[in-house]
Design a protein around this ligand. Structure first.
Ligand SMILES: [Zn+2]
Ligand SMILES: [Zn+2]
Length: 497
């Protein structure tokens, strides 16, 4: 009798301690104050995020390049000085274990020089005398390796708002800084980039929703072989830190303290959500999302994966869920939905019938939550789980192009971001609004990393990388006008977002 009571007690304790390790904390990894181009001072921001928005953590990430403008670049005391109003002093004061974690960081680069990335928790300003604006190779290969974060660890990089209209894919996050060697770039950036932002904003605007999710860019970067978890951040420039939207970055951590939050970010135990308290846990073979199975940890080829998904929302117990499971092998086509299930209310389910192929593959989950009256639809995306696979060839050998349209310059840029050469002869570029079509009548070869710019409007030019379409205006700059690129057999290869 005594023995069985003791056993029961043992079981109970085990159960409680596993639960404590799966706490979900909600926050925002991107915001500004007047120390760059935002409002207020760090104290206002952390206080608002904690007390008004109810966040568990928030990062203030000031621009580092002068023209942003960046007061931390011209006066680093505001970042790391011992004065009480410095960003780091304030973050230390506002970090209170179990209550709130105040993170600090810098938003590196400018949009036209390869877009932005947040460098979290490093105590020195990235000075432009050391790393020129947009010199991603210097950041990745010399500055980051010679700096540690507040935990004495490798700094964490968050790739911000991919597919911003003036950030072309062929430059984004420094891919053009490696003389066309994409695997060198991938190797450098993958060491630091644990996170990529999938929902951003509302940024400078008030009373506006955040931007459209950049899910297709998330899929594109995963397919290139990056190991990044999705985040949903607000990029606040006004005094609405964390309260400008319901979007949150969810972090699964043991405790609410700085070491635990940073460790979970580093391990990509992260999801992005448009609902402020949706909980999403995704596990494969007992490992939490974000895990990379090394070559010595791989399951047997063709064995069934043990997949479990927990989704819940404490204030919407009657919500309806659609769960899409995406799976992909790096390279070739992007991830596709391989299984779809519908759920009613809070659930913990396991998924059968998905096998490990023995390749360089990954899986992740997208959740669509509809509230009980069918009105509010929110999405959430889990970090993937990766299997490093037997082959060590992460890059695509398939046709992969990007299309960017600048409606003001009347320029459509097509870039070969794959690693095979492509001839555009017979391909069509279409402006959806007005349905104008340009056909590539002659051979136009694009080697990997090459690009061509199709020009229109009264300044349309030709020669070198430019091809003149027409002197008429093609692209609408006051309403959405999608660009579509079709191959010679009429298949859509890429569109603008
Ligand atoms: Zn930015
Ligand atoms: Zn920003």
């Amino acid at each position: 009798m005594k023995k069985s009571v003791f056993l029961l007690l043992g079981l109970l304790i085990v159960k409680i301690s596993t639960k404590a390790q799966n706490q979900v904390f909600y926050g925002n990894l991107h915001s500004h104050t007047s120390y760059s181009d935002g409002s207020g001072i760090p104290e206002d921001a952390y206080k608002h995020a904690r007390d008004v928005a109810g966040l568990d953590f928030m990062a203030i990430t000031e621009h580092n390049h002068e023209r942003a403008p960046s007061k931390i670049q011209t006066n680093p005391e505001l970042y790391s000085g011992s004065i009480p109003v410095s960003l780091i002093s304030t973050a230390k004061r506002y970090t209170e274990n179990g209550r709130f974690v105040a993170l600090y960081g810098q938003e590196f680069s400018s949009i036209s020089s390869g877009n932005h990335a947040n460098v979290l928790e490093v105590n020195e300003v990235i000075e432009t005398s050391e790393v020129k604006n947009g010199a991603w190779n210097d950041l990745l290969d010399s500055w980051l390796p010679s700096h540690q974060d507040s935990q004495g660890d490798k700094p964490i990089l968050l790739l911000n708002h991919p597919a911003t209209s003036s950030s072309p894919n062929y430059k984004e996050y420094g891919i053009d800084d490696y003389s066309g060697d994409r695997s060198a770039w991938l190797n450098s950036i993958d060491k630091y980039a644990q996170l990529i932002n999938i929902v951003n904003g509302p940024s400078h605007r008030s009373n506006k929703p955040p931007g459209k999710p950049s899910e297709s860019e998330f899929l594109r970067y995963l397919n290139m072989g990056l190991h990044v978890a999705p985040t949903a951040d607000q990029d606040n420039h006004l005094e609405n830190w964390g309260s400008a939207a319901d979007t949150r970055t969810g972090v699964i951590a043991d405790n609410l303290d700085k070491a635990s939050i940073l460790s979970s970010l580093r391990n990509r135990n992260v999801f992005a959500t448009q609902d402020k308290n949706l909980k999403l846990l995704f596990r494969v073979n007992g490992e939490l999302m974000g895990k990379i199975f090394d070559s010595n940890e791989l399951p047997a080829t063709n064995s069934e994966l043990d997949i479990s998904i927990e989704v819940s929302d404490s204030d919407e117990p009657y919500a309806i869920y659609k769960i899409d499971i995406y799976k992909d092998v790096v390279g070739g086509d992007r991830a596709k939905v391989v299984n779809e299930i519908d759920l009613d209310g809070n659930q913990n389910v396991s998924i059968d019938g998905i096998n490990f192929e023995g390749k360089n593959e990954y899986l992740f989950v997208k959740v669509t939550q509809t509230d009980d009256d069918g009105e509010i639809i929110d999405h959430a995306w889990s970090a993937p789980i990766w299997f490093s696979g037997s082959s060590n060839a992460p890059l695509s050998s398939a046709v992969e192009l990007s299309l960017n349209v600048d409606p003001f310059k009347e320029e459509a840029t097509i870039t070969n971001i794959g690693d095979v050469s492509i001839d555009l002869k017979g391909w069509e570029l279409i402006s959806e609004k007005g349905n104008q079509t340009f056909t590539f009548k002659n051979s136009k070869k694009l080697e990997p990393s090459d690009f061509v710019v199709v020009t229109s409007g009264k300044n349309a030019k030709s020669g070198n990388e430019f091809i003149k379409w027409t002197e008429s205006f093609i692209w609408s700059n006051n309403s959405p006008d999608k660009g579509i690129l079709k191959n010679e057999s009429g298949h859509v290869i890429v569109t603008t977002e």
